[in-house]
Design a protein around this ligand. Sequence first.
Ligand SMILES: [Zn+2]
Length: 497
Amino acid sequence: MLYEEKPWDPIKVNPQDKKRVAYFYDSDVGNFSYGANHPMKPHRIRMAHSLIMNYGLYKKMEIYRAKPATREEMCQFHSDEYIDFLARATPDNLDLFNKEKFNVGDDCPVFDGLFEFCSISGGGSMEGAARLNRGKCDVAINYAGGLHHAKKSEASGFCYVNDIALGILELLRYHPRVLYIDIDVHHGDGVEEAFYTTDRVMTCSFHKYGEFFPGTGELHDIGVGKGKHYAVNVPLRDGIDDVTYRSIFEPLIKTIIEWYQPSAIVLQCGGDSLSGDRLGCFNLSMRGHANCVNYVKGFGIPLMIVGGGGYTIRNVARTWTFETGLINQTILGPDLPFNDYYEYYGPDYKLDVRPSNMYNANSPEYLSRILTEIYSSLEPTKHAPSVQMQPIPADIRGFDDDTAEDSKEAMDTKGGSQKNRDEIVVADNEYYDKAEDVHMVKNYSDHEKTNSNSLSESARDGNQVMPNSANSVGSTAVSSGTASITQATSLSNNETK
Ligand SMILES: [Zn+2]
């Protein structure tokens, strides 16, 4: 397929098409600091939250504080040794550990509260996935997540625990195929690697490629083994603008969704692809970035939104706020409401992030060439793979037992009346169109409680990254007998990429 420039249409929403949105926020997250001169600022999540609240979006969605992810939960993807290190290392005792082994240092410093920070990020994505799984929301949002560079046994690119891989593993318990889309300016290498050898997860990353971190994400990296053709990389040059980005994003995502037929989508919304980012080199306006969110949302497939990079923090907060509005079918007005961090938004105090006049190095010829190659690689995915399912493993969060998560403790702030609608029983197999998927889908009304230990070898000694059922002690698990899941695999180590 050749590149064809589409004119820019103003972003539209349909107020009638109400989504049930679960928004995860932990008020502790803004207190963590990577260090004064480090570009990654967890504070930006608090800034976004304040703006979101002051625009009144709490009236339209349910707001939750997720249970922080435990060591055991993190070990569904990560190695025990690495998580043990994250849990025990502090700035004061770091000399006792092999820092090089886990790649901590300048980019990924060990800071006070590091493990707690990772727990908040990971917990939000896991709980978001769990709510989507049970049809309790249509969209889950976790801006503390999106840490796409984290590897099984090491930190990378300001990321320590890969909340996205954890969330996708949770989704795979119910969903035969999950699509991961990454619009951060950096390649989504940690997530790609986690699912590089499986067709259960398709990854699609749009990123700057060429003398840029992390150096991976080349056009011809398309997956291996069963995962061949199920990794898509869109290597871009500096200065891509709204029109150009949209003109490749929309047709490519449309094709992937039509061919692959995912039953859940995870969208990483890194804000470092915005114009004027401290580390990025793209030229997207807030609306160009948000158009991706709105476009993906329009397919009506259960969707998880996670954060990611973003280093000009006022612009990250602006954009994630605008996108939260779109998810709630609202186009927010241009004047920022008063909020806790109002002074950050001067001198104009407006919502928009505007593009600059930087040169767009992505020529139509270049984009035609990469699109042509991507489409030819995608050809074999035309017919979505069916999945041979095994029994769903124990839910180690205990979310299959519905009593816990709607308690007063779990509901941080109530906004509106979504909870009542949550009570509506989800129709069996609602998300599955394909006949061959139907038999393997959990029947929500037919839960049979058991502590199933049915699935999966541990992640720790091989390539397997599926939930480690040995960790399910004390949780209430569900097995319907027909619902099942196959194992996803990861590359066994980073050197293979
Ligand atoms: Zn990034």
